[in-house]
Design a protein around this ligand. Structure first.
Ligand code: ZN
Length: 109
């Protein structure tokens, strides 16, 4: 059986990226193309990067909807508009450092 891999799709020089579980970069790109993040993008402008060494065997094929999980897996530098798991601030920009979630409201705690 083929192994699931995780990819990060981003438009060239784009602000947003999307973490996608797929069996191949081609499949990941197709999934990205149908995602609302890239609705204004040209297919050829979407870049797909394979993130090695991340175990996604338990995740289903498609965009990882659980952004905090994707953050924990190291697929994003931070995620916007999430409730901080640490201090419960809503609409926070959440980071994951040294095994802990944090945001600008609970930074340094
Ligand atoms: Zn916080």
């Amino acid at each position: 059986m083929k192994k699931k891999k995780v990819y990060v799709a981003q438009e060239e020089d784009g602000e947003y990226c999307v973490a996608i579980v797929a069996y191949s970069s081609r499949e990941a790109k197709k999934i990205a193309w149908h995602n609302e993040t890239f609705e204004d993008s040209e297919y050829t402008d979407i870049r797909i990067k394979w993130k090695k060494g991340v175990d996604v065997s338990n995740l289903k094929i498609g965009v990882i909807e659980d952004y905090l999980l994707a953050l924990k897996l190291g697929l994003y530098g931070y995620v916007e508009c999430q409730t901080c798991p640490n201090c419960k601030t809503e609409d926070a920009r959440v980071y994951y450092d040294n095994g802990k979630y944090n945001c600008s409201d609970c930074d340094g705690e």
